[in-house]
Design a protein around this ligand. Structure first.
Ligand code: EZ4
Ligand code: CO
Length: 405
């Protein structure tokens, strides 16, 4: 089944998404997500200039060969932009294969390993009381796991909080230049254990809790945080330390038994190899959009399964619903699936552009069986929401030193 045409879209229904539509000679089409927050047009250009021309006329069924062709064949294998482009094509090809086989993609991967997909949602707030209130609301709705993030008192911007926005999807949606945030590790380490103490006092230990440090502290600081949080039995502590140096996790691992998660920025299995092989982490958070699509995630999950590492795919609002649907299939299949990050059911604008069906029952997400990934993209609706230049914040220490955001 030959690839006839590939269209690349970038739209901003509240925030920017890069979408690929691969169309075969019989008119079947597949969709993929290639969004890299703040660098969207680089992916569009990589796709349009360097990927699309090479794929016209190729057999859409040969997913593995196309993956290798775009990865090894480019000579420059790695990199966030090129991998996002490969990921988008890969998702679209799996979507096509499912549609042609008249099967949901999870059946092609090997079938269901579970009845539904356990998710964790985000309880954010400007104060501990606000976070605890939001946590209570999620528990009432039936969610089984919640990530807690709270603004540090008297500081300028804290990762994961709403910054006065009402809708999570609006956060970071339209920032033509990067805003600047401020960070103090001392304030953070002194403050954050109290959040988890209060959450456990109020709601007990049945609800799973997690927290994202967003790579802002050093291994030994993370060890201290891990120890401080140990009594509150987190499901995991996410991105305690940056991962460029995988051995940072060794130091952390030796000091604390808090479960560790990382990997939302991993582009290939190689980015995670040492930390998985050495069992320094418990959850690998790589997304289909940033880790090479379903073809690569499958390989990562199998490798991780050898070392008791479970998958916990990234599910931030800057991944499009196409990525969420790809993850639904992957999560249903992966025998070592752990949990899916989930920020909700979109906004009216997003759901006008992307049509898909998921529902939550008792903390698990379910979808209807549809051929392929089970998502559609309305090109006309997308045109109503043109791209808007937007950047993530940059972060500085109180003395002005540029820091990890
Ligand atoms: O900051 O996706 O766990 N989720 C995260 C995200 C990331 C954004 C960056 O684009 O860390 O909120
Ligand atoms: Co994260």
């Amino acid at each position: 089944m030959k690839i006839k045409e590939i269209k690349v879209f970038v739209c901003c229904p509240g925030r920017n998404f890069v979408t690929v539509k691969v169309i075969t000679e019989d008119g079947t089409y597949g969709l993929g997500d290639g969004t890299v927050n703040g660098r969207e047009l680089a992916v569009v250009s990589y796709l349009e200039e360097h990927v699309v021309p090479c794929l016209i006329g190729k057999d859409a069924h040969q997913i593995e060969d196309i993956w290798q062709y775009l990865y090894k064949g480019a000579y420059w294998q790695n990199g966030a932009i090129s991998i996002a482009a490969i990921s988008a094509i890969d998702m679209a090809l799996w979507d096509i294969k499912g549609k042609l086989a008249k099967m949901p993609v999870y059946l092609l991967l090997g079938g269901k390993s579970r009845k539904g997909v356990t998710v964790y949602v985000h309880a954010n707030g400007e104060t501990i009381d606000e976070v605890i209130g939001n946590l209570g609301a999620y528990i009432k709705q039936g969610y089984k796991a919640v990530r807690l993030q709270c603004a540090l008192p008297n500081s300028k911007g804290t990762y994961g909080t709403m910054e006065g926005k009402k809708n999570y999807y609006e956060l970071q949606g339209n920032r033509p230049l990067p805003p600047e945030n401020e960070w103090s590790t001392t304030k953070y380490l002194n403050f954050i254990p109290e959040l988890f103490k209060k959450a456990r006092e109020k709601f007990g230990y049945e609800i799973e809790l997690c927290h994202d440090v967003h790579s802002r502290i050093t291994p030994i600081e993370a060890a201290r945080l891990g120890k401080l949080l140990e009594p509150y039995q987190l499901l995991f502590l996410e991105d305690a330390v940056t991962t460029e140096n995988q051995e940072g996790y060794k130091i952390l691992r030796e000091q604390t038994h808090i479960p560790l998660a990382t990997g939302e920025k991993f582009n290939t299995l190689w980015d995670a190899k040492e930390m998985i092989q050495n069992q320094w982490i418990d959850y690998v958070r790589t997304a289909a959009t940033h880790g090479g699509g379903l073809t690569a995630l499958r390989r990562l999950a199998d490798f991780a399964s050898l070392y008791h590492v479970r998958t916990a795919p990234h599910g931030a609002p800057d991944l499009s619903p196409i990525c969420l649907m790809a993850h639904m299939h992957f999560n249903l299949w992966a025998p070592n699936f752990g949990i899916q990050e989930f920020v909700g059911f979109g906004t009216p604008e997003i759901n006008e552009v992307f049509q898909y069906q998921v529902e939550m029952k008792e903390g698990l997400l379910y979808m209807d069986d549809q051929p392929g990934l089970g998502i559609d993209f309305d090109e006309e609706a997308a045109k109503k929401h043109p791209y808007k230049r937007s950047y993530l914040p940059v972060n500085r220490l109180e003395d002005g030193t540029l820091w990890n955001w």
